[in-house]
Design a protein around this ligand. Sequence first.
Ligand code: TYM
Length: 332
Amino acid sequence: RPRVLSGIQPTAGSFHLGNYLGAVRQWVALQESHDAFYMVVDLHAITVPQDPAELRANTRLAVAQLLAAGLDPERCTLFVQSHVPEHAQLGWVMNCLTGFGEASRMTQFKDKSAKQGADRATVGLFTYPVLQVADILLYQANQVPVGEDQRQHIELTRDLAERFNGRYGQTFTVPAPYILKETAKIFDLQDPAVKMSKSASTPKGLINLLDDPKATAKKVKSAVTDTDTVIRFDEEKKPGVSNLLTILSTLSGSPVEDLERSYEGKGYGALKTDLAEAMVEFVTPFRVRTQEYLDDPETLDSILAKGAEKARAVAAETLAQTYDRMGFLPAK
Ligand code: TYM
């Protein structure tokens, strides 16, 4: 079985619709066909200031949401990044392989640091993508299921894997991005020119999966469309409508072309009503299941303990091989 690895930040509390459609949904599918490793990346979270109690609560909440979304600890390895110390260790090695200019070209860093102001951005935020490289290479992952905004980080991972292999001999699998075209980028419901995200979206444009389903339905119904009336998929001319079609298509399983046909002669109101209904149908049980996992911290902890143990077995082997290749003296 080919291996996949991916991660999600615990910082935001509720996952948003972009996280789910762009990434987590694929994780659930891939656990059936792949040797799958999924983690909550708390080490990445501290690249911006975190309140300790909140970070702890949000890490549990992220795990609960992943389980509620359908990850099955019998079918995949689910763990918390800081439970596997090898991430930080290989991260350091990768830092020493990355050019300063190379790291400076990462667009997510440029965006985030511009927002925070150069003085407040940490060195951790700067080397964030390099830690992500270590995350992926530790598990010798063949594919990395993510949204479009992570593509550049996977490219960096490929470059560093090839660089290390070239310099020290074949050590790392060179991973490929696994990005589904349809859902690679889910857009803000109020501003379909920007991706849906906690930091950039307006509250009305951002669908949090754990919000009151009624509020979610309302947001869908007030989504920005255009002054035309035809329901047609056209990302350039009709970005708002296209985004709604993408979301409905994914949630309902109907291809976009079928939806276009079924809405012929109907207005945007009909599309929004159906999408609102599909969203409510999805988020209502999701919220209930998330709460059930949160209410049972012992089960949750034991899932994470097993996950960390399985993850560590793989990570430790890769790290040991890496250290050996680089010429570190073995501890006797
Ligand atoms: P994060 O936590 O920001 O997002 C988690 C996943 O959600 C995807 N995503 C989207 N997909 C489509 N449309 C959107 N609007 C949208 N917003 C977010 C992201 O692409 C991501 O797949 N750096 C990563 C976490 C990470 C990681 C890794 C991922 C750390 N180590 C190793 C893969 C492999 C991040 O911040 O994701």
